[in-house]
Design a protein. Structure first.
Length: 68
């Protein structure tokens, strides 16, 4: 699986209809009106996200691997 940065994942989430609700330090919190889940994405410059966190966010946001 391809590893991406938090900045890149934020752009993908916004394309999928998730809205930036708030920013707590370096964590961007996204929500979607018809969903109860929220997604917290750590944005540390261009540092890649760890694989487990990336997979968990992809599952919640219904992002396929080919969309990365």
């Amino acid at each position: 699986m391809k590893s991406i940065s938090g900045k890149s994942l934020c752009k993908i989430l916004e394309k999928k209809g998730w809205h930036l609700k708030t920013v707590h330090g370096s964590h961007h919190v996204y929500m979607k009106t018809e969903r109860k889940e929220r997604i917290s994405v750590p944005v540390h410059g261009n540092k890649d996200l760890k694989l487990g966190l990336l997979k968990a966010i992809m599952k919640i946001a219904e992002i396929q691997e080919n969309e990365l």
